[in-house]
Design a protein around this ligand. Sequence first.
Ligand code: BGC
Length: 879
Amino acid sequence: MRSLRYLVPIALAAAALAAPRPPTQLRCEYLADPMGIDVTNPRLYWVPDSTDRGASQSAYEVLVSTSADAARGDAWDSGKVASGQTVHIVYAGKALESGRTYYWKVRFWDQGGEASAYSAVAKFEAGILDRSAWKAQWIRGGNVMRKEFDLPAAPVRARAYVTGIGYYELRINGDKIGNRVLDPGYTPFDKRILYATYDVTSRLKAGRNAAGMMLGEGWYHDRAAFLQLEIDLAGGAHVRIVTDGTWKTAQGPIAADSIYDGEIYDARRELAGWDQPRFDDSAWKPASLENPPAGVLSSEMMPPIRVVATLLPRKMTNPRPGVYVFDMGQNFSGWTRIKVRGAAGTRVTLRHAEVVYDDGTLNVENLRAARATDTYILRGDPAGEVYEPRFTYHGFRYVEVTGYPGTPSLDSVAGREVHTDVRTTGGFAASKPLLNQLQQNIVWGTKSNLHSIPTDCNQRDERMGWLADAHLAAETAMLNFDMAAFYTNFLRSIHDDQDDNGSLPDTVPRGKKKPPTDPAWGAAYPLLVDYMWNHYGDRRIVEQHFAGIRAWADWLHSQADADGIVSFVKFGDWVPIERTPGDLVSTAYYYASVDVVARMAAVLDKNEDAAKYRELAASIAAGFQKRFYHADSHSFATGSQTADTLPLAFGMITGNEAKNVINSLRDDIVYYHNTHLTTGILGTKHLLPLLTANGHSDLAYDLATQTTYPSWGYMINQGATTIWELWQDVTGPSMNSHNHPMFGSVGAWLYTALAGINTDPQRPGYERIRIAPEMTRDLRYASGSLDTVRGRVASEWRREPGETRLNVAIPVASTAEIDLPVLALRNIVVEESGRTVWKQGTFVPGLTGISGARLSGGRIVFEVQSGNYEFVAREGSVE
Ligand code: BGC
């Protein structure tokens, strides 16, 4: 054993000389090994895999190949590129060919010029790049469609390009293809319809084959199918099967389906074998050709909706004879799976609700017109039957079962959690249990409202892409989940739905309400672009949408009076405790929109635009002050918290006067409202970050952990498992959803303030990081981690009397400043990995990765490179 001690240093020395490990997490357009990339110059990403201090990338080489080993870069060999960039590397090789698979790998050179080995091979497959390649026709008829065809040989490669609106399920030779549900995603169908690409090589065989499609109404409120199978056979022949007038159609077991109302499934009408070859479809009718929907076909380049988990009920009650209510313990999006055995024709009904009355029966009042009811009619199988719906979903915690033959038990039902399958990328925890519950409610509220669009709610007759809800929830979503591809798609939909005059509808896709939307809603367009820039450093998004966001700002400008005041308002600071004048809110969001346009113009080096919109922003701010500011009370308009918060948060007022407004805001919170907020959805997003940025993190924390009405803690104490639409605890036939993500905007503050993880807007996408945790009040511990495009960022701190510890992880392609609070520590001494880096008020150099430190605003600010750090700050002895 003793000899080991001598081996360790040798092993370490060898490691130091070894080549860096190959890059990992290869992505194309933010997706892992995607199929159906239909941009002509996709972007590639990787994460250099190293936790070595100060590791960085000095150069890279990418090989993109048409052969699976990617041995040569026959499609693209970037050559050795001297660059630290690991993200958004634009493919610059031969023109991509529709449907072709490209294999790629990457190596990098580290800071010392050592090359890594090549990464494992990743791949992406081009979608249909040329519209003329589409040969299928849109067809319609009943809700099932089928076609049989012969293949002279087994396929060596086969792809299905498929969509169906509202919803489709593709089946080949008896099996469902893929694991997407509720596909395609919801887009403005008159502009764009998303298709999916599936590898169906192993599903097809020599001889007779059958393709079938089931169709649901979905958001299209009608049914149409579109399929193109491209099949390469052994020997080089190619066969194409498409939807056309030769398909047959019938009415399947789904008697009715609607997103809001639910599904009626009559298992007696199942058509056994209909999706397999040699089925007798002589009674089926020919499908009719549908006039093609106006929208272009685009590949669904975002994570699809899937069944992501199965929830087991916590308890079953029997409030009335024959009525069984299951409590799933959690408000979520999805549906119920039920196991049942009984006579043919027995109807089992599943009703869903967020809440129950005191007697335990369902309270469905707040679902408004949505019936949220699934009905299963048994076929009478003696072995039992299992049912779950296909073309609907519900937002619920409770499910009521009636008509059940016999008595159900806890294992008769299961909850199926269904939403866009975004990868979890963040985690937050703290020493305060209330904050952990809040984080959990936010995460559930966020994911249950990701249904290919960011929805406002998941249960009632709505579930639309309301634009304010979208921008309020976005940063919280981006910190908890990998949202890049999702918002890339949603931004394209916003652009598709923008009017020629630059204005926008209330919801995207557009609903029935008359446009234009409220300025604070349409501001989602510039704000989402800004968030994509900040969190992912996505310049292409900025390029693609610059004209659109400028048109939006110009439209607002056309609504402004001579002072730059926009009085047009539809909703304003929605569902507040205290109202804020609508013209103040609209003008603030006019300013915010113009400000984003000015900053994005600078990003794109459009200097004229940058100057023009900066000037416009300044004039709006001046007009705003003139109209709304009361110099005597240091507050805006009515002095509501939102009225004072928005201009400060957006930077419309700065300097000394801003300090005065902060003070009156603080007074309003503490003295007039006993440390409670009065903000609606808009003010709430900005209130805590604003207080924190102005030295009042203690007050922000008090609001975040408040437990009496109105507060998040109040919701939690009333049993909330998600975030409510209203601060009030009401359930009734009006607007009071129990799962609305907008007040969950506070989730971003947990990461940015308490864990202290921030990206620098000048070097976005976490290329430059600021770790600045707020160690306040009774909080003893907080921890946050983020899988960013550049790799993992983490910050975890713990403090005890006389000692503070802060552990930080900074990815290879990033640098950071770490702001360690001095707090009450006297003669502070800081060690990192056991060596002193700060004492007697100065930096002690010498440790790899830490290049400097200075005292600033009660914090010691360390300048660090990539790597893992462990800082310990203690009181020093008095010398
Ligand atoms: C939605 C909101 C939305 C609002 C517009 C509501 O019905 O659920 O969250 O932003 O309408 O005022």
